[in-house]
Design a protein. Sequence first.
Length: 165
Amino acid sequence: MPSALFAATLSAFDDQGWIYREVPDAEVIEADFEAHHTKVPLHVQIHGEANIASVVSRSTIPVPKTHRMHVAELIMRTNKELNIGNFELDWDSGLVMFRVTNIFPALHHDERIIATLVHASIAEMDRLTPFLGEICQTPKSELLLLMVTDLMRREDFLPPAPEDE
């Protein structure tokens, strides 16, 4: 029997009109979202007895071993500025993830909070993607010249401001 939090998560996805896949025999949802810069794979895992929802988005850019130090610096500097969630780098595989988790009060599984966690995870991964891509596309021979702090100041990677309707 699915937990109340998993039922609320399914309902949140349905209410938003998001297409998703349930992972058999687990309280897990997977989905793919089209964002401004990239497609963002998403994994939502529910720990029903503890009332915990963990939302993880994943980068589709593999980080070569030669570039992991620069990506680690980018992630560390980005995490310093975040209010919720954090970026992670799996050092062995070169996979970059963004994780945000929420512990819900018993019997109070607010679907708006679940949807907000999903939005935040997608938006943060999409925001990091062009910086990550720039580092990973830098030739190995030029990495010593790459200054992550300068890269992070670039504003041409920001999505355009929404137009007034």
